[in-house]
Design a protein around this ligand. Structure first.
Ligand code: CTP
Length: 207
């Protein structure tokens, strides 16, 4: 099996020194990479900036912005059997990135933001025979929102988790198929949840 994983946050720059991002640690995605490598899979990891070292044994691609993650994902996906999109991608970016450093203006400022590329939706739209696993981080109507995301992004399965997953060592997830059926519930340290996910895919996902 050759697996593509996206992990960590992305950054969207306002100017050369300031950016918008989120609190993703990258732990869930990195745990998935480790579990897949341990199972003997080839793993290609595209990661935003995190504080943990790239897992030994994977092919590592470091990115900062959502556009860079998108470009790498589109380039690397065709050679893989499937993708697990664990990255906490920024949904918006400043309309323009200012060169240099924005100075204070002595009053409030307004920032115009535009949507970033949806990496997972683009991979889902071009998947052909490849399988696609998305993540959904939901605070309200979790199941309904996760299913909507699964369908919109043409995923085969989606991992539903809650905001408590952010920055935590552990996780509690519901794994949902495109039919809407809950395939499994997994909880515990992220390393164990990742191992359960990879074991399940090893049996059920096409290579
Ligand atoms: N995702 C992505 N590119 C984006 C946004 C999200 O690849 N620009 C992926 C994430 O890696 C995850 C899935 O899409 O696998 C769902 O991400 P999430 O942030 O929960 O959903 P959004 O589509 O961003 O919707 P919203 O933030 O409005 O809930």
């Amino acid at each position: 099996m050759r697996l593509l994983v996206t992990a960590g946050p992305t950054r969207e720059y306002l100017d050369d020194v300031r950016y918008l991002s989120n609190a993703s640690s990258g732990r869930m995605g990195y745990a998935i990479v480790q579990a897949a490598v341990a199972r003997g899979w080839e793993v290609v990891l595209i990661s935003g900036p995190v504080e943990i070292a790239p897992p030994v044994g994977c092919e590592f691609h470091s990115v900062m912005t959502t556009a860079q993650m998108r470009d790498e994902a589109v380039r690397l996906f065709p050679d893989c059997d499937g993708v697990i999109a664990a990255a906490a991608v920024c949904d918006y970016k400043p309309h323009t990135r200012i060169e240099g450093k924005i100075s204070k203006v002595g009053g409030p400022v307004t920032l115009e933001m535009i949507e970033t590329d949806d990496v997972l939706a683009e991979l889902g739209a071009s998947k052909d025979h490849r399988w696609v696993v998305g993540f959904a981080l939901e605070a309200q109507n979790p199941r309904e929102n996760a299913l909507q995301k699964l369908r919109k992004k043409n995923c085969d399965w989606i991992v539903l988790n809650g905001p408590q997953a952010i920055g935590s060592e552990s996780n509690s997830v519901e794994f949902i198929a495109a039919s809407g059926e809950t395939v499994a519930h997994w909880q515990g340290p992220k390393s164990m949840v990742a191992a359960d996910l990879i074991e399940w895919l090893d049996t059920h996902a096409a290579r």
